[in-house]
Design a protein around this ligand. Structure first.
Ligand code: UDP
Length: 324
């Protein structure tokens, strides 16, 4: 069976990718330090507990499993935290990717699918955002992803690694069978926080800024279901193996929802009262981010199946209810 090393395989998007890899006939080998991931999310292959910044640990895994390719998810993910603790982001996301690339080079592993982000674009003039848009991140998280992308490009030049750099917009929702879902500690993302507020009496949600130049003053994001993202990863892997050509893709739905709209929809779906408090803007936030994913649909024949906002919220709600 072809083995794929999945860094961050115990995490939210990584674990959904493992499920999809397994369905496609690969063996996902998860490598995770469990700082954000969970042992119980690793269900479709072995889990090796380790740190991507530790090349000895990586060497051992590459020696034992001889992976055909790497899917690289391990890293820090919170825009707000990256403003406060930038070195954590550069160490885990940039240095960690470099460490992984060096080991891939040493073991001649030729394929990489990289978990990048729409945050590499920063504040763009136009929405939806195409892959060719100017990249000017507004926070250390976005920079850490963009610098990592550049390193992957260089390694591709010097040692022939073929890559798929996937820039996702807002990953959300949960596996429909509820095998896995989103579980960050602490949680910083909007949808899980809104649903957690709905679950607990007297809990409220903060809106970070209601004076943006958007339709209702709150930020607009493009929410894409995590299972649709997982599918795009496997399609990308298959494509780079088959065609031996690298590419960058934006992954989103092309549709945006404001923070207020998400809260209102969550109230309807959960049938719960959710208290709202207005807070100042969060540093580094961008008013509106919507993906143009035509390229992904064209070159991968990617079909978005689970990303209407109702399905996203319902699957996430079912998952969160199951956790209590
Ligand atoms: N947001 C918010 N309250 C929260 C968490 C997030 O108002 O408790 C806003 C945040 O400022 C952003 C949007 O919701 O405009 C999506 O944020 P999230 O952290 O989920 O994802 P990001 O787009 O930062 O990757």
């Amino acid at each position: 069976m072809r083995k794929i090393l999945v860094t961050g395989g115990a995490g939210y998007i990584g674990s959904h990718a493992c499920k999809e890899l397994s369905r496609a006939g690969y063996l996902p080998v998860s490598f995770d330090n469990l700082s954000n991931g969970h042992k119980k999310a690793v269900k479709w292959g072995p889990l090796i507990i380790g740190n991507i910044n530790n090349s000895n640990q990586l060497n051992k895994v590459f020696t034992k499993y001889k992976p055909l390719a790497v899917m690289h998810f391990a890293g820090c993910i919170s825009v707000g935290e990256s403003e406060i603790r930038p070195s954590k982001y550069y160490k885990n996301n940039v240095k960690g990717t470099l460490s992984l690339l060096n080991v891939m080079k040493k073991f001649s592993v030729k394929y990489m699918v990289y978990s990048s982000s729409g945050a590499v674009y920063g504040k763009t003039k136009k929405n939806p955002i195409k892959e060719t848009a100017i990249k000017k991140p507004t926070n250390p998280y976005g920079w850490s992803k963009l610098i990592s992308e550049k390193m992957i490009l260089k390694f591709s030049d010097i040692c022939g690694i073929k890559f798929a750099i996937l820039r996702y917009f807002n990953a959300s929702g949960a596996d429909k069978l509820l095998d896995i879902g989103e579980c960050h500690k602490p949680e910083t993302h909007l949808i899980p926080l809104v649903l957690k507020a709905a679950l607990k009496k007297n809990n409220s949600i903060k809106i970070f800024g209601n004076n943006y130049k958007t339709k209702d003053g709150t930020c607009i994001r493009d929410y894409i279901h995590v299972s649709d993202l997982a599918k795009a990863h496997v399609l990308s892997l298959n494509k780079i193996i088959k065609d031996k050509k690298s590419f960058h893709l934006n992954l989103g739905t092309g549709k945006g929802y404001s923070v207020k709209e998400i809260i209102d929809l969550a109230k309807k779906i959960t049938n719960k009262e959710i208290k709202v408090n207005i807070f100042p803007r969060r540093k580094g936030d961008i008013p509106e981010m919507i993906a143009d994913s035509k390229k992904a649909k064209r070159i991968l024949n990617w079909k978005i199946k689970n990303s209407d906002i109702k399905t996203i919220l319902e699957t996430a709600w079912n998952w969160h209810k199951k956790q209590i």
